[in-house]
Design a protein around this ligand. Structure first.
Ligand SMILES: C[S@@+](CC[C@H](N)C(=O)[O-])C[C@H]1O[C@@H](n2cnc3c(N)ncnc32)[C@H](O)[C@@H]1O
Length: 417
């Protein structure tokens, strides 16, 4: 297996000759007391049997290589020896200190998530110290949830440390914690507000991390050419499209800025998600992005960005019976895991049209929350959203860009609780 990830980095199966570099990267983390429970450095000889337990077909061992140098690695191993756990693999990711914060760990993890089903793996777990914030954030960003928490279980230089087990089904299933919240947190005395607060912080953090990655400049280019939305909003759309379970529905595609961001997220998820974009067409006079023929430009832009095949374009208005029928036919029995609303002010109408197809914890990106004179006038969009939040139908997670509301659809079960 040899997979080109970017111009500078490839991910490939590790060979025995890589072991010294693998061990060196591992040993560098031992004194930090952040990553491994090993307290002393190890050696190539000691690690050889462990290395040989891997096989490319079942429990692969991959290295990330740049300019001929091993800069990171990821391995799969049995989670527990009993047969019933054979579909579950534990993964570990290590990145050379010099190459951290460049998306190396993320690329390795993304590949692990994408390849897991073809390896016969139905769930991935990562065992991470509770104080290892960077790794926790990385796993969370890629859709891992908190499945278990072991308080004060490790002794590192006399300090008691917690262990968190993060997990993800492959392919991803609906979150088991209410609102996608950490599963273990339900057993604590945290309030729902505390969970929403920490989820909002996680989103902000994810956004910050994307600033160091190539997708940031890719989406900046898309924004400048094709979108009225703020770059941060496009990045979040990309992020949600990548991590969401379920398909994606966009209402009001215009010339494709947000559509392309979502399509890139689908592409990078490695999963077969459908992206449905509804747009009636027409012409728009806008100081930066005017067009005389929205649909013609939309189709041309999707083709230019090579995402036409990812997008199912439905030409019509969101609330027309024919449009609703076409969305249902495209989705079949499946649900929507990300809804992007950027059409007109009737947000409640659009949500009601498709509420029966929204998955629990469906991500929502809704534009036009604030108007230009937000201090004095509540926009109709905002009135709709506020009413739905008040009724418990929407869970707010933040405001981004110029006027975009971001949150979730908790689902009936969570609302009734
Ligand atoms: C503000 S633009 C969307 C901008 C786009 N999200 C972006 O990234 O730049 C709004 C679009 O919604 C479309 N629209 C208006 N009413 C609609 C409806 N009921 N259903 C679907 N699209 C609608 C308009 O034709 C227009 O292209």
């Amino acid at each position: 297996m040899r997979n080109c990830i970017s111009y500078e980095m490839i991910i490939r199966d590790a060979v025995e000759a890589d072991l010294p570099a693998i061990v060196e990267i591992y040993n560098a983390t031992v004194p930090t007391r952040m990553v491994t429970a090993e307290l002393e450095p190890t050696s190539v000889e000691a690690r050889l049997p462990w290395f040989l337990e891997h096989s490319p077909e079942q429990y692969p061992f991959w290295v990330a290589e740049s300019d001929g140098r091993v800069i990171g690695w990821l391995d799969f191993k049995k989670f527990l020896p009993r047969c019933a756990y054979r579909g579950t693999a534990e993964i570990s990711v290590y990145v050379d200190e010099e190459f951290r914060r460049r998306g190396v760990g993320q690329r390795l993890l993304e590949q692990a998530i994408a390849r897991a089903p073809s390896l016969g793996i139905t769930a991935l777990v990562g065992l991470i110290f509770g104080h290892n914030e960077p790794s926790l954030k990385l796993f969370e960003r890629l859709g891992f949830e908190h499945w278990a928490f072991f308080p004060a279980i490790a002794q590192l230089d006399g300090v008691e440390r917690d262990l968190v087990v993060l997990g993800q089904h492959c392919p991803k299933r609906r979150s088991r914690g209410p609102g996608g919240r950490p599963f273990y947190a339900r057993t604590t005395r945290d309030s729902p507000q505390v969970h929403g607060y920490s989820d909002s912080l996680s989103l902000m953090h994810a956004l910050m991390e994307y600033r160091h990655e190539p997708i940031h400049s890719e989406l900046l280019r898309i924004r400048d050419k094709y979108s009225m939305l703020h770059l941060d909003v496009l990045i979040l759309i990309y992020h949600f499209a990548k991590i969401c379970s379920g398909h994606i529905l966009e209402i009001g595609a215009f010339v494709g800025g947000a559509t392309i961001a979502a399509a890139f997220g689908v592409r990078d998820s490695g999963q077969n998600k459908k992206l449905i974009a509804i747009e009636p067409g027409g012409s728009v006079k806008h100081k930066r992005l005017g067009t005389r023929n929205i649909l013609r430009d939309l189709e041309r832009n999707l083709a230019r960005q090579r995402v036409s095949e990812i997008v199912t374009l439905i030409k019509g208005r969101s609330f027309d019976a024919a449009t609703i029928r076409a969305v249902h036919e495209t989705l079949g029995p499946d649900k929507i895991g990300l809804l992007i609303l950027d059409a007109d002010a009737a947000k409640r109408r659009d949500i009601e049209c498709y509420s029966d197809k929204l998955a629990d914890n469906c991500w929502m990106v809704i534009d036009d929350y604030y108007g230009a004179d937000s201090n004095t006038k509540i926009t109709p969009s905002r009135a709709d959203i506020d009413a739905l939040v008040e009724a418990g139908w929407l869970e707010p997670l933040g405001f981004y860009g110029w006027s975009t509301w971001v949150g979730r659809w908790p689902g009936r079960a969570a609302r009734d609780r």
